[in-house]
Design a protein around this ligand. Structure first.
Ligand code: RP5
Length: 164
């Protein structure tokens, strides 16, 4: 694979169980990526260094997952012109509603494309990143089309008993 096009950052090791679904989806599409723990409040200097240097390092898209008072995606977006997709991680206290609201409610001027809470959001963040990258990458566009076709083919026409 070539240099990583997507950075998958997360606020804590505890976010990895959710964010690994983003990296697995990127793997399935053959998109080079790098996963990093970058905490907005525990490692603020690491966040500044990452976000300010992300474009120069060659990243094209940033996926940022965090839970609770989830300021990581918004802070990252404030320091990079790259598209930032935010994944609200399901929190123990409020089931991720705190994460969702703190990521989605960005004031006008600094956008964060916010996905669903948890695994669905992580998978869809990767698919959105793929869509963005596919605009300038015909082979990737073909892989994404094939991925979606396989997904459609996997859906049975009729329900069956005891399907898991
Ligand atoms: C946030 O706090 C992280 O994104 C994580 O979702 C949450 C809890 O972190 P830990 O206490 O599990 O490290 O910064």
């Amino acid at each position: 694979m070539s240099a990583p096009a997507v950075a998958v950052i997360m606020g804590s090791q505890s976010d990895w169980a959710t964010m690994r679904h983003a990296t697995e989806t990127l793997d399935a599409l053959g998109i080079a990526h790098e996963a990093l723990i970058v905490s907005a409040h525990r490692t603020p200097d690491r966040l500044v260094a990452f976000a300010k240097g992300a474009r120069e390092r060659g990243f094209k898209v940033v996926i940022a997952g965090a839970g609770g008072a989830a300021h990581l995606p918004g802070m990252a977006a404030s320091m990079t012109p790259l598209p930032v997709f935010g994944v609200p991680v399901e929190s123990r206290a409020l089931s991720g509603q705190d994460s969702l609201l703190s990521i989605v409610q960005m004031p006008a001027g600094i956008p964060v494309g916010t996905l669903a809470i948890g695994r669905a959001g992580a998978v869809n963040a990767a698919l959105l990143a793929a869509s963005v990258l596919a605009l300038g990458d015909a082979p990737l566009a073909a892989r994404l089309d094939a991925w979606r076709a396989r997904q459609s083919e996997a859906v049975a026409e009729r329900p069956v008993d005891d399907a898991t």
